[in-house]
Write a protein that binds this ligand. Structure first.
Ligand SMILES: Cc1cc2nc3c(=O)[nH]c(=O)nc-3n(C[C@H](O)[C@H](O)[C@H](O)COP(=O)(O)OP(=O)(O)OC[C@H]3O[C@@H](n4cnc5c(N)ncnc54)[C@H](O)[C@@H]3O)c2cc1C
Length: 457
């Protein structure tokens, strides 16, 4: 592919002149129009909307579609679960983005995206309180987050029982908080972790730690049991192993290779039982089921496997694994006939972790590529994304994990993918804090506020 080098000023000049040919963009677009609809105002969608306006100097018309009245952050929600923080610290809105960048907002859910004929490359249908609205645009950025798979029930399916995941912050966060507070003094909190890829790789281990810390201080006879479908701790292995083995040696048990089969919960009660298969891998990586176990719980927290949000599934943008394959230079779908549809955030299938900070970064790569596309330029060939993630390990200690992801070609397979690479030493892998500290707990607050302001202000 031809590489066009242009600095930002030249790019913006070309964009505002509207005179460039479109060698890269495959999406049909009526001359002179630059309209983008962003679906979902979470960490990824809000960032994309903001930076499309900023980096195009407002020459791209951006409509953000989101059904909720406010955004509830997942980040920090584990400390709301333990009652340490007020739920209000999770609340963000879109009015700043509308005011500061001139983003148009539609309150509703996108139900369909189809070719727009002579009125635009894409026609977007939106279900709103007052009926269906339609928007035409040249590109659509889909950032709907995730949806959860149904959990098989051990009991008669006609007896509905709420099984809380609290993996989408909101009402379930508060319900699980209340169940934890009401748990008997010698009760057991059982949580299950799905196989990767799942949202926020360190998140479940962080939750296990802060719940164990809460129980240690408030219900010293109570226990935490973590049933992980993965063969090992999936992120920040050093710090979580340290916490499990020392800080919570007396009240937390961690079992890997436990794949959820079914759940028995009772209507109106927090407790129940989970049945898991005990799985090991042989030398070739093949999974062998060695048996099954049933674990009783006074509070159940089942995080089911998940996949890209419903609209991504409905548009046929996801593969068999449930997420949408995209070109890492632009986050445009790589599936045939989907040119001009970009998928960002947790819904995308890349080698990047599914995290809010990373969603923010991917959204910027996508926004930059769209600005370039409207100027007739190819996307930047080798983008980087960075990620910083603080994890509370108790009510006063935190650790962190950081990485810079470089988009590069595998020398053997030729596949392009993001690789966590130390930019100085060149070594592969993320870096974690040398250990937990109170200073890092304080810095976590600054990091959270900065990230959220960067996204919503
Ligand atoms: C407990 C927990 C702790 C976490 N901690 C961290 C952390 O410390 N650091 C970190 O980086 N990440 C963390 N994460 C992960 C992070 O929250 C997610 O990766 C991030 O929110 C993903 O952003 P997103 O925009 O893809 O999805 P979301 O933030 O979920 O946003 C999706 C939005 O799309 C909207 N939507 C869905 N469908 C439609 C539709 N059809 N039409 C219009 N709108 C639609 C939804 O209403 C929603 O607002 C944590 C997650 C959890 C669960």
């Amino acid at each position: 592919m031809r590489t066009v080098r242009m600095n930002k000023r030249e790019l913006l000049k070309a964009l505002s002149a509207g005179s460039l040919a479109l060698p890269w963009s495959r999406a049909a677009q009526p001359a002179g129009l630059a309209r983008v609809v962003v679906v979902g105002g979470g960490m990824a969608g809000a960032t994309a909307a903001k930076y499309l306006r900023l980096w195009s100097q407002r020459s791209i018309e951006v409509t953000l579609v989101e059904p909720s009245a406010q955004y509830t952050s997942n980040i920090m929600s584990n400390l709301v679960l333990t009652g340490q923080y007020s739920p209000s610290i999770l609340n963000y809105g879109w009015s700043n983005l509308q005011r500061n960048y001139g983003i148009a907002r539609v309150v509703g859910s996108v139900t369909a995206v189809e070719p727009g004929g002579s009125l635009g490359a894409w026609k977007v249908s939106i279900a709103t309180a007052s009926g269906t609205q339609v928007r035409y645009c040249e590109r659509v950025v889909l950032a709907p987050g995730i949806q959860f798979d149904a959990v098989p029930s051990m009991q008669d399916a006609s007896v509905p029982a709420p099984i809380l995941h609290a993996w989408q912050a909101g009402p379930q966060t508060l319900q699980l908080r209340d169940q934890l507070a009401a748990m008997p003094a010698t009760g057991r909190f059982v949580m299950t972790i799905p196989k990767a890829p799942y949202r926020c790789p360190p998140g479940p281990y962080e939750r296990a730690c802060v719940v164990a810390d809460y129980l240690k201080r408030n219900k010293p006879g109570a226990q935490v049991l973590v049933l992980d479908a993965n063969p090992d701790i999936m992120a920040e292995r050093e710090n979580f192993s340290l916490a499990f083995g020392t800080m919570y040696a007396s009240n937390l048990r961690y079992l890997s290779g436990r794949v959820l089969r079914s759940v028995q919960a009772s209507a109106g009660q927090a407790g129940g039982a989970v049945r898991v298969d005990v799985v090991v891998r042989d030398a070739s990586g093949q999974e062998l089921v060695m048996g099954s176990e049933t674990h009783e719980a006074q509070v159940l927290n089942v995080i089911p496997p998940h996949r890209a949000g419903a609209i991504v599934q409905a548009l046929g943008l996801a593969d068999a694994g449930g997420f949408a394959p995209v070109d890492g230079r632009s986050f445009e779908s790589t599936l045939p006939g989907r040119a001009g549809l970009h998928v960002i955030g947790d819904a995308a299938k890349t080698t990047l972790p599914k995290a809010g900070h990373v969603g923010n970064q991917g959204a910027k790569i996508c926004a930059d590529a769209i600005v370039r596309a409207f100027a007739g330029l190819p996307p930047y060939a080798t983008p980087t994304a960075n990620s910083a993630c603080f994890s509370p390990l108790s009510n006063s200690l935190a650790s962190w994990l950081t990485a810079v992801y470089q988009y590069e070609q595998d020398p053997v397979s030729g596949a392009w993918r993001f690789v966590a690479r130390d930019q100085v030493a060149g070594t592969v892998g993320a870096t974690e804090a040398a250990g937990p500290s109170t200073e890092q707990f304080e810095k976590m607050g600054t990091w959270y506020r900065s990230l959220m302001n960067e996204t919503y202000l």
